[in-house]
Design a protein around this ligand. Structure first.
Ligand SMILES: [Zn+2]
Length: 194
């Protein structure tokens, strides 16, 4: 039979992302405020509402929609509090897109950060102290008593120098993984929930 020469192609949809935008659903035509995008195994791309995306997707793909939606809502709440702080000139939409991406990269960044380990942080502190040796020696030479204001200033300067070194480690992980320390600089079990 002719029919047998054209076996049915099973169209499978994969969720590819979500965007906050007022438009209409490409499947049912309803007005929507969030567009959920899916791509099919035949190459088609569609933007639909939250009901239609769930009709379109297999159950294992629906979990991704929930995860993205959760991250997007969290990012919107963070924008309201400005925590973590937006970049200079960043719009609300840009912030949300960036933050959702960063949340998606948090686990890889957390693993990389953990791999630096205790020794890595100790080394960074020591290197920083060596780089500022002259300045620190000078301060130390001026200390007359363990409890003087000068002594206090010396301790404070050491921690400033060390904090800058740790900050650099954070910044390296952030740049390499397009992640945010706000997400990855916490307990592994907390990072897994992001
Ligand atoms: Zn729809």
């Amino acid at each position: 039979m002719l029919y047998d020469a054209f076996p049915a192609i099973e169209v499978k949809w994969r969720f590819t992302g979500v965007e906050q935008r007022r438009t209409s659903c490409e499947l049912c035509g309803h007005d929507i405020a969030h567009v959920y995008y899916a791509r099919s195994n035949t190459g088609a791309v569609i933007g639909v509402g939250c009901d239609c995306i769930n009709t379109l997707l297999d159950p294992d793909e629906r979990g991704k929609v929930e995860l993205f939606t959760r991250r997007m809502n969290r990012a919107a709440a963070q924008w309201s509090k400005k925590l973590p702080a937006p970049k200079d000139g960043e719009t609300r939409d840009q912030y949300i897109v960036r933050r959702v991406t960063e949340m998606g990269n948090a686990r890889a960044a957390s693993n990389a950060y953990a791999a630096i380990g205790h020794q890595g942080f100790t080394d960074a502190r020591l290197t920083a102290r060596n780089e500022h040796k002259a300045e620190l020696d000078d301060l130390r030479s001026k200390i007359t008593s363990n409890y003087s204001a000068e002594s206090n200033a010396y301790m404070q300067r050491i921690s400033e120098i060390e904090n800058a070194a740790i900050d650099k480690l954070h910044a390296q992980v952030e740049a390499k993984y397009k992640a945010n320390r706000f997400d990855f600089n916490r307990q592994a079990w907390e990072v897994r929930k992001i």
